[in-house]
Design a protein around this ligand. Sequence first.
Ligand code: PDD
Length: 281
Amino acid sequence: RIAYVNGAYVPHADAAIHIEDRGYQFADGVYEVCEIRHGFIVDLTRHLDRLGRSLSELRIDWPMSRAALTHVIREVVRRNRVRNGLFYMQVTRGVARRDHVFPAKDTAPTIVVTAKRTDTAAIARKGAEGISAITVPENRWDRVDIKSVGLLPNVLARQKAKEEGAQEAIFVDPDGTVKEGAATNVWIVDRDGVLRTRPADHGILRGITRTTLMDVARPLGIKIEERAFSVDEMLAAREVFITAATSICFPVVSIDGKPIGNGHPGSIAQNIREAFFDVAE
Ligand code: PDD
């Protein structure tokens, strides 16, 4: 495997970052994960737009022009011969002697781009069979709309899910409002058949898959509302599913050990999943 690190394509095993990189010391950086399907990068424009937004919110410079970065991404995907998989890119504020305040203006951001194949059969199986989730109290900061590499609450939540035999953890506010998964956005089909997801305020990441799902679902005649819902509404929903670049759309068939609907993937989640793959064909 080949990785791109600060201007060079290097074997993955030799790729390295300085010990005083601010990403390493302060999680002072942002990232994107994008799907590669049949050799195409899905929604690259939207991912680059979001990267730019995350960078500007944290006042980190672009590591290179958007056009140059696009070229690097395509080159990494090509050199790794990934037809179906994911690419990862991370930009940090760069290397400087440890000090909380921003380093000197001429400090170059660190950029890393990698690509890997994914187990498409395993993803398809989860898409068809559904997954289970747990709920966890929201304990993240109030700017999770920025796709920062500071993911400790997400890591601990996913680990807790795993230890409880589930695949995703869903963050819930103290008032019982559902936020999002540890690495996914959450959707319900409510009792009226309306597809609902929480508005993309500062309290969740505006998922690219979330945005694209809205494009995909509308022609199917599905009514969509960006309106928050409670844990009780989620448990009583006809369907629950999660979306992310890594999974596209996974039905959630049980939450905190309780079945959702009849305990099997719902038809809306499945129709949307199929429609997604049609779009990319
Ligand atoms: N995570 N919410 C959170 C907290 C996320 O980390 C992600 C994605 C999403 C979905 O965003 P998108 O549809 O753009 O992938 C929502 C990536 C995949 C990750 O950290 O691996």
